[in-house]
Design a protein around this ligand. Structure first.
Ligand code: ADP
Ligand code: MG
Length: 247
């Protein structure tokens, strides 16, 4: 029986001038699973991420989401069909409170319908609190977003992404620039999020994702090097060579 595929990358290629950053990559992402995309620096992970999240058009190939070809959609179209990516830092309003930031994101979803209603009537505030609790920064709800520590800012960005209730959440190196403690907190959060929805995580550090991922995709020089369970990947000689070798 075929697995339930929520997202299919079909022969995706992305060129920048003469340079091919992503070369003919085909990957099926299973619904409900946590899939990590790993690879050395320059492997094409972010390019793949940007193509999958609609912020970079593929040069060729198709993206199929829930059975429909969405290759031609622009970024806002992707959000509309249920694909959200975190770390759109521009979505955070530094002067707004943490709570307001999430409330605005929730409101964006219902704004047109409920424009004339009082905001409390929408029940957005309790939902905003619930999302902040989910990502672990509820105690900072009243503070201006700019006062948050780095790890907390990233948690806020995830809460904002979750406000759209996406069925697929894409994250590109969520622990970049984090302290070891912030990193642990973030990876715990990623794991919790993955219990409720499909998560695709891009990560440079292989060790970090081995324990929590159900499936791993390895890119190298823009090409698909390997795809399988963490055990498959651990046992793969080519993957070892790439990670031990220069990059
Ligand atoms: P990773 O995220 O795995 O480190 P990237 O996808 O960011 O890799 O980059 C892969 C390759 O594509 C790199 O050699 C990078 O220089 C190149 N690249 C990425 N984006 C662009 C761009 N907008 N223009 C030109 N080259 C790019
Ligand atoms: Mg990258």
């Amino acid at each position: 029986m075929a697995a339930d595929i929520i997202l299919r990358a079909e022969r995706l290629t992305r060129r920048f001038g003469k340079f091919t950053a992503l070369n003919d990559v085909t990957v099926d992402f299973e619904r409900g699973k946590l899939t990590s995309i790993i690879g050395p620096n320059g492997a094409g992970k972010s390019t793949f991420f940007n193509v999958l999240s609609g912020s970079c058009a593929p040069t060729s190939g198709r993206i199929v989401f829930d059975g429909a070809d969405v290759s031609g959609l622009r970024q806002h179209g992707f959000a509309h069909i249920g694909i959200a990516k975190s770390f759109q830092i521009t979505n955070v309003f530094p002067a707004f409170s943490v709570l307001e930031n999430v409330r605005v994101a929730l409101q964006a979803r219902v704004a047109r319908l409920d424009f004339w209603r009082r905001r409390d009537a929408l029940g957005l505030e309790p939902r905003a609190h619930a999302l902040l609790q989910m990502v672990g920064i509820e105690r900072h709800a009243a503070r201006p977003a700019r006062e948050l520590a780095h790890g907390q800012q990233r948690a806020l960005e995830i809460a904002i992404a979750l406000a759209a209730d996406p069925s697929l959440l894409l994250m590109d190196e969520p622990t970049a620039g984090m302290s070891p403690e912030e990193t642990r907190t973030m990876m715990d959060l990623v794991q919790r999020l993955a219990q409720q929805r499909t998560v695709v995580l891009v990560e440079h550090k292989m060790k970090m994702v081995m324990g929590i991922s159900e499936h791993i995709v390895v890119l190298h020089h823009g090409e698909l090097l390997a795809s399988g369970t963490p055990d498959d990947i651990r046992a793969n000689d080519e993957v070892r060579r790439v990670y031990l070798g220069k990059h």
